[in-house]
Write a protein that binds this ligand. Structure first.
Ligand SMILES: [Zn+2]
Length: 247
């Protein structure tokens, strides 16, 4: 049994054939899928499609589209008992992003504070900002952190490991040397699996799906030299514990 701790089932490319996508995920051994809403409207959709058996919601907003973020804070507060995480939220310092970095930091801190107050884990986006996102998290005393698709250097990941943070590994690990280095550096006890569907497919340009978390698991097994069953067992246990989902 596998857990996909982060994806976007509300994306048009997936939502239109959701039943089939979920069926394929089950066939691939995926038992739990966390769908992350991005912005107020999408968060409502994430709540709507969650069945709390296999699909669980996480509510957040992209750091490069922060318009209306206050509404997302409100929505999280109102649905705190219904959601398994806050996110994705975080920082995006990619060259293409024009959103002010100080504004991003300020908003990120608000979400971190909310996660502490509501005692909910955080799913963190940190494109081209791994080191900075970790700095903010440590500074704010964040607990229960999932660094999703971390693209920072493997040496920076150690700061996260020291603070008990998790790193979720997407299927693009098969074609990313940076992700492969991350997997070798981070202990299995701090690893989770994600698809980030429809993004981060093992094959560039393809629509990614939750069923592909099996590919992440296989790659972690290969890099770490531990049996696939062990990777499944440990990552699933890690996921259920941090998301507080009971089997
Ligand atoms: Zn995502």
């Amino acid at each position: 049994m596998l857990v996909d701790v982060h994806c976007h089932l509300t994306d048009e490319s997936i939502r239109t054939n959701l039943a089939e996508v979920i069926d394929d995920a089950k066939k691939s051994g995926v038992a739990i899928v966390v769908t992350s809403g991005l912005g107020y409207e999408d968060c409502l959709k994430a709540l709507e499609i969650s069945d709390y058996k296999m699909i669980f919601p996480s509510l957040g907003i992209m750091p490069y589209e922060l318009g209306g973020y206050e509404n997302v804070l409100d929505l999280i507060e109102k649905n705190a008992k219904k959601i398994v995480a806050i996110g994705e939220v975080g920082l995006d310092f990619h060259i293409s992003v024009k959103t002010d970095r100080e504004l991003q930091r300020r908003v990120f801190k608000e979400f971190i504070e909310l996660s502490l107050r509501l005692d909910l884990p955080l799913v963190v986006h940190s494109r081209s900002a791994g080191k900075y996102a970790l700095e903010v998290l440590v500074e704010c005393g964040a607990k229960d952190v999932i660094m999703h698709a971390f693209d920072g250097s493997a040496s920076h990941s150690i700061i996260g490991v020291k603070n008990g943070y998790f790193f979720s590994i997407p299927p693009s690990v098969v074609r990313s040397v940076q992700k492969q280095k991350l997997v070798s550096k981070v202990p299995l006890d701090n690893i989770l699996l994600e698809s980030d569907a429809p993004a981060l497919s093992p094959v560039p340009g393809n629509v990614n799906l939750p069923s592909n978390v099996r590919i992440s698991a296989e790659m972690v097994s290969k890099i770490k030299g531990v049996p696939l069953e062990k990777v499944e067992e440990v990552t699933t246990e890690n996921a259920m514990r941090i998301l507080r989902i009971r089997a």
